[in-house]
Write a protein that binds this ligand. Sequence first.
Ligand code: GLP
Length: 233
Amino acid sequence: MKIIQVRDKNEGGQVGYQLVAETLKKGTETFGLATGSTPISIYDALVASDLDFSAATSINLDEYKGLAADHPQSYHYFMAQHLFNEKPFKESFVPDGANSDAATEVARYEKIVDAHPVDLQILGLGKNGHIGFNEPGTPFDSLTHEVALTESTITANARFFDSATAVPRFAYSMGIASIMKAKQILLVAYGAAKAEAVQAMIEGPVSEMLPASVLQRHPHVTIILDEAAASRL
Ligand code: GLP
């Protein structure tokens, strides 16, 4: 794992942008994208750049089950607002939160993941060590699946909704095995609230109870941290 410590989100956004730009120039075809507040500074830097994604494909990690693409808290909407409206890709895939039939949706999405091997996967990190919406206890061999969100994640994500009761209880997420197929992974974490998960991810045992620890087994991972997120290392 290559760890890069940055001053703040702005510098992290620039470092992340550089990595995306380098891989795009090398002929990267497929980017795995994440939501949450953490990747926003990378997306801002991409939007401000002259990079052209019109020949590239994007695949998002996850979506709330029950939220349609036009719902302001959906991850579809997030991606449109923060990136796709300004930087359209040839094709962009996000799980369909409006499909209430989990079996068909996860099968449909995993086929997409399979057909488009990810060159660079961007990840945030949950306070409990989740990646995508893969909560603690998710098997490392999991593919795209329906997830029952934990109270910790519902509480953490309530800041984007009117109240915690408005946060959907279920989501669709690429699995740990789906994520690990990416050729290269960039994980970003900021702030003291992530410090414990960061420490466990990098220095702790590889355990399904801390999903991000699986990244210790991936051959090409870069981690961007600010000082607070790195404070327990
Ligand atoms: C959500 C997303 C994750 C993201 C996490 C952290 O649960 N499903 O992909 O990494 O939030 O969010 P933030 O970056 O806002 O701390």
